[in-house]
Ligand binder design. Sequence first.
Ligand code: HEC
Length: 137
Amino acid sequence: MKRMVFGVVVIGMFLCVACGSNAENSSAQVEATLAPVPPEFAGKTNPFGPEAAEAGGEIFKANCVSCHGPQGHGDGPAAQALDPKPKNLAELQKTAPDDYLFWRIATGRPGTAMVAWQGTLTDEQIWQVIRFLHTLN
Ligand code: HEC
């Protein structure tokens, strides 16, 4: 009987440790799905506050809605024909850091319909769009 109690305690301790480390793993995995930000973009921060979201919304409407859709859900009129499909930016913005978003918008994603926007948009306009992305749900 004593042995059984000991066994239950040991199993309990093991489960507790296992569940703790699982929780850590899963949050690491969420971050690991994003590519590392190249050094020339890493650590960049948005010079604008939330008030820039309105200007960013106009830029989004003019340049991004056709693929990403009005709410950024990846369901714009052009999205049907694309492979890979445009990302759901409302979801992405919840986990992706701003330097990651800036890097992807500025340089695009080779091999996809996501082109580089630097040259078309100024750095300021990209940061304003990022403020807008953070209002999406
Ligand atoms: C011609 C269609 C098209 C337009 C226009 C477009 N995108 Fe994209 N975008 C895509 C596609 C397709 C992807 C998915 C690429 C992939 O699978 O990673 C994408 C991905 C993204 C990503 C996520 C990148 C990643 O891999 O994490 C961001 C952020 C983004 N777009 C922002 C924008 C913004 C902001 C604009 C407007 C300035 C814009 N896009 C305009 C098609 C488009």
